[in-house]
Design a protein around this ligand. Structure first.
Ligand code: KMH
Ligand code: ZN
Length: 289
């Protein structure tokens, strides 16, 4: 009997899935979401649990003693040290902070010397607020990360931000590590919607960036699953976590970040793209040390 020929597509058959967990964010309050990790001990426990079920990067926002968002440099340094001591995860600090954080404090986050930091390449409406990212500030973040050897994750909330990223790389060079990795953050009220159509359009726009550019995607709120499934099927990576989603299913609050990572890892295995280890993530992203 003739064996049927099967065409293989590299991104489906061979590449593992990078799973980032964004456990806290700056928007939900502990009073509204009791399972949110807000202390350093809670964050480290969450990170360990998420690593055990398939996460390789942790995207970090921290809180003060009253559980309010803070960019306190001492706390950020302690957080980086504790996550490094207790996990093998790639530590990515948010330079976005909260919408109220001044540029000077957002830039100073880099002095905590994480492996990675986020960088958004444009301003976007953010619910009733504005997430402000002026061109000069984007350039300052990009250049400081190059100086310090911190690998950026470009967080993209709308399509024009990919064009700005191209302009940034053309004028100011490739990021530390030489590899470009972007994360599509979809479904923010004011940004691009969290749909498969958006994901495909954004992926298409990557043609203007270096050929080996990688992408992950996250869908805010109830767009979590459509975006996750679209990203997996399009050869992308995943971000999940309580920064983006606090409802697991209709009427069912998320119990823990590990619950979301475990679900993402399960889908990734079904797609025959199992979760990648933190060390594999370091190689992919050009993270040294
Ligand atoms: N909290 C948002 C205003 C980032 O981490 O870089 C910005 C944000 C993006 O979460
Ligand atoms: Zn964030």
């Amino acid at each position: 009997m003739r064996t049927p020929r099967v065409r293989t597509y590299p991104q489906f058959s061979s590449s593992a899935t990078l799973i980032t967990v964004a456990p806290t964010g700056a928007e939900s309050s502990k009073a509204d979401v009791p399972a949110l990790p807000v202390t350093l001990a809670e964050l480290v426990t969450t990170a360990r649990e998420c690593a055990a079920v398939g996460a390789s990067i942790v995207h970090v926002h921290i809180r003060d003693d009253d559980a309010r968002p803070t960019l306190d440099l001492g706390r950020l340094r302690d957080t980086v040290a504790a996550l490094r001591a207790e996990t093998n995860l790639v530590v990515q600090l948010s330079s976005g902070g909260a919408v109220t954080d001044p540029e000077s404090e957002r830039l100073r986050v880099l002095d905590a010397a994480p492996d990675m930091a986020s960088c958004t390449t444009g301003t976007v409406n953010f619910g009733d607020d504005v997430f402000l990212n002026r061109w000069e500030f984007i350039v300052a973040l990009h250049e400081r990360m190059r100086e310090l050897g911190i690998v950026p994750e470009y967080e993209i909330f709308d399509l024009g931000q990919l064009a700005s990223l191209r302009r940034l790389l053309d004028r100011h060079g490739l990021p530390a590590g030489g590899h470009v990795h972007v994360d599509f953050v979809l479904g923010v009220p004011g940004g691009a919607p969290g749909t498969a159509e958006t994901l495909v359009a954004f992926k298409h726009a990557l043609r203007d960036l270096p050929a080996d550019t990688t992408f992950s995607a996250t869908g805010v709120g109830r767009s979590t699953l459509p975006v996750l499934l679209a990203s997996l099927s399009a050869g992308g990576h995943l971000r999940v976590g309580m920064e983006d989603t606090v409802t697991y299913a209709k009427g069912q609050p998320v119990e823990s970040n590990a619950q979301l990572v475990a679900r993402a890892a399960g889908f990734a295995r079904l797609a025959q793209r199992p979760p990648m280890s933190p060390d594999e993530a370091r190689i992919l992203l050009g993270i040294k040390g």
